[in-house]
Design a protein around this ligand. Structure first.
Ligand SMILES: Cc1cc2nc3c(=O)[nH]c(=O)nc-3n(C[C@H](O)[C@H](O)[C@H](O)COP(=O)(O)O)c2cc1C
Length: 185
């Protein structure tokens, strides 16, 4: 059984995190979820899901304040972590190892254990500070993957755009997503 940590922070685009969880489940991956309080706000604004519906998409869900949870330790083995969406606040905390909640702690653990960390950073336009935080996170080993649509695939719906981005994020962890449209296929 492969294991993926999923963090949902308070940037717009919670649909990306939801889709990552759904696709990971389809692929037979065990998921461990932590949602920040701001992530819960965007859930309420942007979806019809209750907190328990979101939690039910993962195998295990943790409270963000629970910094003693399994995913806070490097000895708990995982295949990596995706933060989808990733706010600038969470990006900055990850970039500078400010392990101020379970999401940012789990991300830092992922980096220190030299595992894959994919950050779907969502903000626009970007300040130099945002760009510097992206540079610092990249220098520490994270993959910064802003959820930017690929129009060459001629997406017909928002769902298709979200599917493609979530699938590409899972690709970066070597998780097979069946039917992901690919250029050249
Ligand atoms: C509806 C909504 C949309 C937001 N969109 C963004 C966004 O796209 N990017 C971002 O960095 N912050 C966004 N924010 C602000 C973050 O939620 C805020 O900075 C929060 O402190 C992030 O905390 P977290 O990183 O612990 O989730 C948004 C907030 C709300 C309520």
């Amino acid at each position: 059984m492969r294991r993926l940590v999923v963090g949902i922070s308070g940037a717009t685009g919670i649909a990306y995190g939801v889709r990552v969880l759904e696709l990971a489940r389809k692929a037979g991956i065990e998921t461990h979820l932590v949602v920040t309080p701001a992530g819960q706000q965007t859930r309420a604004y942007e979806t019809g899901l209750e907190a328990r519906d979101l939690a039910a998409l993962a195998d295990v869900t943790y409270r963000p304040a629970d910094v003693g949870a399994a995913i806070a330790s490097g000895s708990f083995r995982t295949d990596g972590m995706i933060v989808a969406p990733c706010s600038v606040r969470t990006l900055s905390a990850v970039a500078y190892s400010m392990n101020d909640n379970l999401l940012t702690r789990a991300a830092d653990v992922t980096l220190k254990e030299r595992r894959r960390l994919v950050l779907l950073v969502r903000e626009t336009p970007l300040t130099l500070g945002h760009l510097r935080a992206m540079t610092a996170a990249t220098e520490s080993g994270a993959i910064v993957m802003p959820p930017v649509p690929a129009f060459y695939l001629r997406p017909g719906s928002v769902d298709e755009i979200v599917d493609h981005t979530a699938g590409r994020a899972l690709d970066l962890l070597g998780i097979e997503v069946p039917d992901l449209p690919r250029w050249g296929d």
